[in-house]
Every structure is written in structure tokens, then in C-alpha cells.
Design a protein around this ligand. Structure first.
Ligand code: AMP
Ligand code: FES
Ligand code: ZN
Length: 326
């Protein structure tokens, strides 16, 4: 297979774009695509201070690399979840994230959930009795909360995650199967900061295939954690991804079309904006915006844990180290 740009040996063939590229041309092409989508969806500009949530995986490290190469001001945030899975999943993820930051001279904030709040995510799942023995739901709640807090405390104007097309299409499929109107209205490349205290959230890789991100990070020589979170095994998301891959196999581009037609349908008014603006107010305890009356679900969760574990009452004034927040 030959590179369409230079005739050299192709390292990737993207049937969905009818495009094969060599290593050099691919490493130039992908960031150009990302730049196009950042502009198209008006995600952020070079004046913004971007906080990239990095998990140590290919998507988020690849995203950080791309934003850095494109000349954006992007710092990283790694959240230590305390997940072991028999191979030190969280420790390895942290190490790879730190290595990438050091090698590129980039700033990485690290928040260890256990050190900051007093329990690991798996422990939290058991104590809170949420999520039917799976930590994923408390994990998601904690990640969303901490990302938002660090963005706010550190004065970042946008929060970027590494969600790729496969992630977005799998979630879209689930939300469609459930006709989950509220989620469908809010699933978008950009979630504006609808009120003070809520960070603007963007997904610059939402149109990039997972396979394209893997090829990018490998070709760039970025070391990332290959393993999925051990708790993701058997999840609906992974199952949906498999189904979508079968579809894609028969019809290259099907995944992208599914997602893009959804965005277009929404643009054309398929969903009313009615469900999109939940009533938010400040949490009585930590001040972050919440839909729950009184305390937010993060604070209620940790109240319960403090009771069970007899932990001191801690509400960190800021999740960003003072020396770093200037
Ligand atoms: P996931 O929900 O694991 O598919 O991850 C989706 C996105 O969330 C990743 O691309 C990252 O941007 C972010 N993310 C996931 N885990 C972490 C973590 N431990 N620390 C910081 N960001 C994370
Ligand atoms: Fe959160 Fe797996 S449970 S990453
Ligand atoms: Zn709260």
C-alpha cells in the first residue's frame, strides 16, 4: 500500500476516508484534522488555557501531544483512582503520564483520590453500595467532579478529554437504545460552561477513530498503557464498540456517519432544548454546581464514606497546588 501524498510506504490505510498515508504524512495529517475540528466546533483558541485530562492511555496522551504540537497552552491532569487489577493499573497509568509530561516539559497536575479524600475508588464503590459491585459509576462521578474542580481552581478556561469517535458512537448507541433524551441533548463535541463553576468541556478527538489514535501514538513513539481499566471488562460500552466495529467492517465509514448524522439531526432541531438545561445551584458543602437539592452527589457520597471509615472532615480549599495555580 502506497502513501497517497508521497508514494512512500503507507503505515495506515483508512478505508473510511479512502486514504493511505506514510508515517511522516500521517503524523502531519492527524493534527491538521484535529485543528479543523477545534475550529469547526469553536472549541478553544490559542489564548485559552486548556486542561487536558490524561489517563495514560493512547487517546488522552495522543491528544496532549497533538495540542502541544499545534501550539496550544495545554497542561495535564491525572487522577489517581487507586485501581490495581493485579497489575498496578493506576500506578502504571500515572507513571506513563508523568513520563510523557517530563519528556515534553509539560505541566501535569496529579490528584490522588485516596490521599485527597481518604479512600480508593474500588473501596468507595463497596462502601457506597452504588453501581452493583462495579466501581465505574462512582469512578465517573469522582472523575467528573475532580476534573471540574481542578479546571476551576487552576483557572483553566477549557477542559479537554480524549474521547474518540468509537467512544462517542458507543455512548450514542446506548443513549439511542434507551432513548435517553436528556443525555442525547447534552452529547456534543462542546459542552459550554453553562454557569460559573462549571468548566467548558470539549472533545477534540470526537471524529477520530480509535484505530487512528492508536496508529498516531505508536508512530509518534509515545508509551501508553495498553490495558483497559480492569473494571471495563464486560461493560456495555465495550459490547457496543464491538457491534459498531462489525458494522464498520461491512460498511467503512458507518461509525462516523452514525455520529455525524446525529450531530446534524440535532442541529436541525430533532431534540428540543427543553431537557438540556437542568436546574443548577451551588452545593451547600463544596460550592460546585449541582442539580441535587442541598449537597451535591459527590459530597453526599464522601459523607457516607467518612461515616463508615471514621475519616476527618476534609474539604480541600483547592485541588491545585498553590505554587502551580498562579
Ligand atoms: P474513559 O472514560 O476511561 O474512556 O476516559 C475518557 C477520557 O477521560 C480520557 O480520554 C481522559 O481524557 C479522561 N480520563 C479517564 N481516566 C482519567 C484519569 N484517571 N485521570 C485523568 N483523566 C482521565
Ligand atoms: Fe473508572 Fe475503570 S472504574 S476507569
Ligand atoms: Zn459538593
Amino acid at each position: 500500500m502506497k502513501c497517497r501524498k508521497c508514494g512512500g510506504t503507507a503505515v495506515i490505510n483508512m478505508r473510511q476516508h479512502k486514504l493511505a498515508l506514510c508515517a511522516d504524512d500521517y503524523l502531519a495529517w492527524l493534527p491538521e484534522q484535529v485543528q479543523r475540528f477545534i475550529e469547526k466546533y469553536e472549541m478553544f483558541t490559542r489564548d485559552d488555557r486548556v486542561l487536558v485530562a490524561v489517563s495514560g492511555g493512547k487517546d488522552s496522551l495522543g491528544l496532549w501531544d497533538i495540542l502541544h504540537r499545534l501550539g496550544y497552552q495545554a497542561d495535564g491532569l491525572y487522577i489517581g483512582l487507586g485501581i490495581d487489577g493485579g497489575f498496578g493499573y493506576s500506578d502504571q497509568s500515572r507513571e506513563l503520564s508523568e513520563r510523557f509530561a517530563n519528556e515534553h516539559g509539560l505541566k501535569l497536575h496529579v490528584v490522588e483520590v485516596e490521599q485527597t479524600y481518604g479512600a480508593t475508588i474500588p473501596e468507595l464503590a463497596v462502601i457506597s453500595n452504588r453501581g452493583h459491585g462495579k466501581p465505574c459509576s462512582v469512578c465517573g462521578l469522582n472523575k467528573r467532579y475532580i476534573m471540574n474542580r481542578v479546571a476551576h481552581d487552576g483557572g483553566y478556561t477549557v477542559l479537554a478529554t480524549g474521547h474518540n469517535l468509537d467512544d462517542e458512537a458507543a455512548v450514542l448507541m446506548q443513549n439511542t437504545l434507551n432513548w435517553a433524551g436528556g443525555y442525547l441533548v447534552r452529547q456534543a463535541p462542546v459542552l459550554p460552561a453553562s454557569r460559573p463553576g462549571l468548566a467548558r468541556k470539549v472533545k477534540p478527538l470526537c471524529r477520530i477513530y480509535e484505530r487512528e489514535m492508536a496508529a498516531y501514538t505508536i508512530t509518534r513513539g509515545i508509551e501508553y498503557i495498553y490495558d483497559e481499566c480492569p473494571h471495563a471488562v464486560g461493560s456495555t460500552t465495550l459490547y457496543n464498540k464491538e457491534l459498531l466495529n462489525q458494522l464498520e467492517e461491512k460498511r467503512p465509514g458507518a461509525k462516523l456517519q452514525f455520529y455525524l448524522s446525529f450531530l446534524q439531526a440535532k442541529e436541525a432541531g430533532l431534540f428540543s432544548a427543553k431537557a438540556s438545561e437542568p436546574d443548577l445551584h451551588a452545593c451547600d458543602r463544596c460550592g460546585q454546581p449541582t442539580t441535587a437539592p442541598g449537597e451535591c452527589s459527590f459530597c453526599r457520597l464522601w459523607d457516607k464514606v467518612r461515616g463508615v471509615k471514621n475519616l476527618p472532615d476534609r474539604v480541600p480549599a483547592s485541588l491545585v497546588a498553590p505554587a502551580l495555580s498562579a
